[in-house]
Design a protein around this ligand. Sequence first.
Ligand code: FO1
Length: 323
Amino acid sequence: MQEFSRHCKHPVTHLALSGGIGGAKLSLGLEHVIKSPKLMIAGNTGDDFRHLGLYISPDLDTLMYTLSGRSDPERGWGLANETWSFMDTIKEIGGETWFQLGDRDLATHVERTHRLNQGEKLSAITSMLCRKYKIEAQIIPATDDLLQTIVETNEGVLSFQHYFVRKQCKPTIISLKFNGSEKAKPCIGLEQVLNSSKLETIIICPSNPFLSIDPILSVKGIKEGLKKSRAKVIAVSPIVGGIAVKGPTANNLRDLGYPVSALAVAKYYSSFIDGFILDKRDEDDASRIESLGVKVCLEDTIMIDLKSKIRLARRVLDFSKSI
Ligand code: FO1
């Protein structure tokens, strides 16, 4: 109910679809430019899993910690000034240590799990956490329903965090599956926003197209919502100078039979985007992307500090208005 009234008072004008670290960086820039609940960020929940009895939602955590200025700048995930007594003790008693849970970070997982167990929805819990962390934008999970990314690899079928963290993205991907996507519905706030005439821009953050954006788009109605919306859909390239800014995007493109290029990502998105922010270093791809019927904006997309995040966010919004 609270989520709904917040939405009515501040109709959402900008919607971002985001994975973890790269998406959170642009989301922080967007939050600085838009500065209100008019910005909604739908986070990927295909990475979510239960670990040591706790429900972990890594991309929502990274978004919340980044937008509240609490994230660890080196790791990109988890909290800054973290301590690790829990992990030290778990190790001592022979528990699983491949997935690191910091002492402060644990509070988020324990509170979220407790509330989920009492029947609260993930979207309501995330909304409550955002209020407590004093985040103005509305961060929501793409869906409140079960959604699990399953990775078929040359080393067998792996759940997402086993592929990503435990095996450090080393196995070759053969295919990806999003368990639950055939039944999952967009969470209520997101569905309202996708149908809203006030929505001006939908931003596909520079996140991994296969591991972060596809799970969101696999939720029934989201991709169709993007296509039907009168809002401009702008994707920001996760490839810069022919390589991935961070994470396994380049290897994933290769594994799945695509060239490692910004052009390949633009092509992959071309059925539902109006514009593509292409890094200046990939200028050679511009005309071929334009020939797909997608407008191109050349920009320096590397976000090394707050200033560059804000600059890129402004550019996305100006580009959207200009189309
Ligand atoms: N990523 C790691 O590489 N190693 C970890 O031990 C790890 C722990 C972790 C705990 C909580 C959380 O919210 C995120 C965490 N991440 C960790 C990040 C995360 O799992 C991945 O970056 C994403 O799932 C991919 O977006």
